[in-house]
Ligand binder design. Structure first.
Ligand code: VG1
Ligand code: CO
Length: 543
């Protein structure tokens, strides 16, 4: 076989967002669109000769085709070895694990994560570096710059590889290993958690449901929960990855994972409920009768992590994305460890993890992770919860309530206004930014503005600066509103409004969320003039 150079011309819209390049499938199916972006990534890996590259994705529609393209391009561009998940599958955290374990120079991960799939759905390509983490902004900027100048790409003429069979072959001198997508990851989990204690807990009748939403985590959850830990068969539901996610919207929140949510709030609720997203990096945790917000989950995990063998030595520090509630900050203060606030997107945790400044980190959008890989990790979060339940012998709902009693409760909700007009979204944010200076001290809807700013992040490790990461308004009444535009949407713009209020009085810990946050929600709408500017009286999704 030979490889060839194919002339191409740039597309103007290949700018990576919060997590890689995400577009509708028909956009990715334009001639050379995938190839241009993959070549741009490869061009930004100057040391690729002979190096190892990892390729895999979440199994969504178009995944297999793009895996074949990426494989042949890796071969034509001189990589020494390519590791690819069987059937083209690798969850995002497993890809991170494989990159690190096998000393790869990086990985190409195919996923649009929590976005819907199918022929008219979304697709995505992201690049992770040799630490296993999402490429930092400096690299994604370089990739984008390259896409605008690209004139050709290199691809092998080899026929499609059989991705169904584990084993090693060669394409144009490049070794291609089709690997079990679960094995390395499962082995890593075994080093972090007390599998004996977890097995005993399941053997003594502990019941759980894990809803994989017909996305990539099914095989991982089945192998670990039902296989290694002996959870009852059927614990994992929707466990077969499907190209259209079986019609599910693979976003593990109370709206899109409502079957699990309803089960956990009904009379037959098992002891613990969890779900994960399209590419397996997000998690949803539900105790019987009690949804655990991701912000609370991060705080509770931080407070109890030392109970799991992998974290027995304690935590170096913690970090959360800016819109995530401050619950974990209180735990950090109690543990006397550092707490960092980063912009939205996992790539901002990489430096802190690599530098050993933090052990745990998370986002309000259901992402939680640790220094075991460089991605958020849905199943890992579930296993850490289970390990804590096994070690304390306490029901999950009790742990949450004890946490609130000790640290207070951050009532939290996020309102998403999806697919609004991009111009209107821009005007709304500009309007808010223009107001920032005049807000402090004013009274709105019964709340007094304490401070307002547009979040700017200076990376404590390399000093890089990231501007305009969201407008935050804090109130004297211990409430906060954050506004930012999504960087993962694929149609129009999505406005995210994050609303929270802290309560610590013992008689105010179990109030209906809507009652506590109602006045703050009203202020959030009024301050940004949401209805007048976007024409939307209500958000599309409330989580
Ligand atoms: C969203 C979330 C963010 C998360 C990102 C990728 O980004 O808010 O917290 O890191 O998705 O998650 P945005 O820009 O749309 O708000 V995943 O699981 O889609 O890779
Ligand atoms: Co995801």
């Amino acid at each position: 076989m030979a490889s060839k150079r194919v002339p191409t011309s740039p597309y103007p819209d290949q700018k990576p967002g919060t997590s890689g390049l995400r577009k509708k499938v028909p956009v990715f199916r334009q001639p050379h669109y995938v190839q241009n972006f993959v070549q741009a990534i490869i061009d930004c890996i100057p040391e690729r000769k002979g190096a190892t590259l990892v390729i895999g994705g979440d199994g969504r529609f178009f995944n297999k085709e793009v895996v074949q393209i990426a494989l042949k391009m890796a071969a034509a561009n001189g990589f020494g070895r390519v590791l690819v998940g069987q059937d083209g599958l690798l969850s995002t955290p497993a890809a991170s694990c494989v990159i690190r374990k096998h000393g790869a120079i990086g990985g190409i991960v195919l996923s649009a994560s929590h976005n819907p799939g199918g022929p008219e759905g979304d697709f995505g390509i992201k690049f992770n570096g040799s630490n296993g983490g999402p490429a930092p902004e400096s690299v994604t900027e370089a990739i984008f710059a390259r896409t605008k100048a690209i004139g050709d790409y290199r691809i092998s003429d080899a026929p499609d590889l059989d991705l169904g069979r584990i084993g090693t072959t060669e394409i144009d001198g490049t070794t291609v290993e089709v690997i079990d997508p679960v094995a390395d990851y499962a082995e890593l989990m075994r080093t972090l958690f007390d599998f004996d204690a977890l097995s005993k807990m399941f053997a003594s009748g502990f019941r759980m449901r894990f809803d994989a939403l017909s996305a990539v985590t099914g095989p991982y959850a089945k192998a670990i929960l039902e296989g290694a830990l002996g959870a009852a068969p059927g614990t994992v539901v929707n466990g077969e990855p499907k190209p259209d996610f079986g019609g599910h919207h693979p976003d593990p929140n109370p709206v899109h994972a409502h079957e699990l949510f309803d089960l956990m709030h009904g009379p037959d609720a098992p002891d613990f409920g969890a779900a994960s997203d399209g590419d397996g990096d997000r998690n949803m945790i539900v105790a019987p009768g009690l949804f655990v917000t991701p912000s609370d989950s991060l705080a509770i995990l931080a407070a109890h992590a030392h109970r799991a063998p992998g974290y027995a030595g304690g935590l170096a520090g913690v970090a959360r994305s800016m819109p995530t509630s401050r619950a974990v900050d209180r735990v950090a203060a109690a543990l006397k460890i550092e707490a960092f606030e980063t912009p939205t997107g996992w790539k901002f945790f990489g430096n802190l993890l690599d530098a050993g400044r933090i052990t745990l980190c998370g986002e309000e959008s259901a992402g939680t992770g640790s220094n075991h890989v460089r991605e958020k990790d849905g199943l890992w979060a579930v296993l850490l919860w289970l390990n804590i339940l096994a070690a304390t012998g306490k029901p999950a709902q009790d742990l949450v309530r004890e946490h609130w009693a000790k640290f207070g409760r951050d009532y939290y909700t996020r309102h998403d206004y999806e697919e609004i007009d991009a111009g209107a979204a821009k005007r709304l944010m500009e309007g808010l930014r223009a107001k920032i200076g005049t807000l402090p001290g004013t009274k709105v809807g019964g709340l007094t503005v304490k401070a307002a700013d547009d979040f700017r992040y200076v990376d404590p490790v390399d000093g890089s600066v990231t501007e305009a990461q969201g407008v935050r308004v804090t109130f004297a009444e211990d409430a906060r509103i954050v506004y930012r535009l999504s960087g993962t949407g694929t149609a129009g713009a999505t406005l995210r409004v994050y609303i929270e209020r802290y309560e610590s009085a013992p008689d105010r810990l179990e109030r209906p969320v809507a009652d506590v946050l109602g006045p703050v929600v009203a202020v959030a709408r009024a301050l940004a003039d949401i209805e007048a500017i976007t024409g939307r009286a209500e958000p599309s999704v409330v989580t």
